[in-house]
Design a protein. Sequence first.
Lengths: 318, 319
Amino acid sequence: MEKRDFKSKAKDFIFSNGILFAIILLIIITGIIEPSFFAWSNLLNVLRQISVNGIVACGMTVCIMSGCYDLSVGSIVSMTGVFTIISLNAGTPDIVCILIGLGIGLAAGIVNGTLIASINGRSGEAFIITYGMQVVLGAIALFPSKGLFISGDVHEGLFKTMGDGNMPIYIFLAVAIILQLVISKTQYGRHLCYIGNNMDAAKMSGLKVKPNRISYYAISGFLAGLGGVVLCSRVTSSNPTAGLGYEMNAIAAVVVGGNSASGGSGSIIRTVIGAVVIGIMSNALNILGISTNYQLTVKGFLIVLAVALDIISKKRKS
Amino acid sequence: MKKVLALALALVMCVSLAACGGSKKESEGPKRIFMSAAYYTAPYGSPLMAAVEARCKELGYEVQIVDGEANGDKQLTQVKTAVADGFDGIIYWPGDSASTPPVVNYLNESGVPWMNINTLPDDSVIDDCTIVASDELQIGKELGKLVVKYYEENFPGEEMGIAYIEGDSGSSYTIHLTQGINEVLADYPQIKILNDHQYSNFDPTLSMNIMEDMITKYGDDIDLVLCQDGGMFQGAYNALEAANRLGTCGIICQGQDLIVKDKLLSGELYASVAQDPTTEGSLSVDVLDKLIKGEKVDHWTYTPTGPIFKEDVDKFSWF
């Protein structure tokens, strides 16, 4: 009996953490083939590379926990970058440029949330509305940039600092810690789970669902705006398609980390793990000299594996 | 009675609308050109389409440009609609070579004057097209020659390692550029491309990440960085700057972006290879104008290319 319990627990553990085992194996193999992989500077490289996706994914986690996706974050990243760099090139003070970027992200998020909450939209409606906003915001990014790549007139100062050295890592970690505390330690976080689990029940129990839902998209939009500012500071430029695909990368980080794709529960820590796993995988495959074509195959397989393990793990528990 | 009246009104409106539509096609207004642009939002597309619009205006054409989203099926639908709508000429900018045969065959059957711009059509139909485009293979060879020139100036008789970042996997542009570079470098075994294919999809951020990883892997073995466009150059440049490798490592790229001009002038970029979207866009309208008038044109009008060094920047337009 005890033996069976141990076996069952071991299986549960493997199914719950299968992705982590796979990535640890990849780390060991890569480290043996290329010792430079274990260099401190490379670890920082990975964290820097995932920082923007990580920031955006933190906001996406909140939306997914509420039972909906936000497909507009990629376009918010693009639009924020374009307006921030244009403001910077016009000689606007750094702090104002950053606030413009964050404000645009927040405003876009509030519009998303208001549209979805006002029609009492579920995951399907949210999917379509945020997809529509993705197209609209992507088009808005094209107007001021005229579709062109814009190089930033970046000098030493607050804006440059945001993407310089390890600052993107610090910003990412600060966002993750604050959001994790909010989700796990406050009433707001508990309400998020209630609404994600059963919106109708939450409404009947007296929760103010609409303002809460607007706030989830506002957080997602704000963090996408922050991601856009960090991104354009990091590459000292912007282009209207810079954020293309960020929504899918963010969703991938949330799911690969082990968060439920259907909402009602979740943790920022898992999202951070998901972002790190994807980042390490890309870095390891780059360092192993594996062509991008194969890398994309591995990345796709990893996402499918994560979802499959999540489903198996849930079935076993139930 | 009300229903009959409503039906009659609807009928009258339909007939009026149809008559309006018909009169526009048959009227003696300005001739109309339709363009299906595969890369509507790409940095290269913006000046190209602006040049098409400007040249059309100069020649007295109305122009409508639509986003083909690099989707062969969508572009086929777009050109079919344009033919049905009675456009006088069509500019077709395909997303990739492989998807071109159905569009090319349809356009040739339609009898509407048309031309192919920028992306080369598939080999199976290339002889059936009028083309305005760079010779992508030639651009690759020009890049290869610049690499050799850099090598001979800086590492004569020694070995030289290159970190090479490519554009988009599967696009004819990326494939032909790499083919051209490899053809030139085949005679120089001392020059070695260190990495296997690394595609950054013309994205500066991805290019920066790839460059950071290559610095970790190859370190001081990288003597030169080679990028397929200005955006990727920006990303690679930032990674080299962060790793304090600027100055110890040369950079060569293709493109006429403003960042390329700036870094050529500052001496941080060794050289670039020209591919001017403004010239290409303008040339395409000139060629189509001749086709509409029934005049003879060359099968392939080449967009000029060649090396750009620091001292040449004033001879080129930048975007």
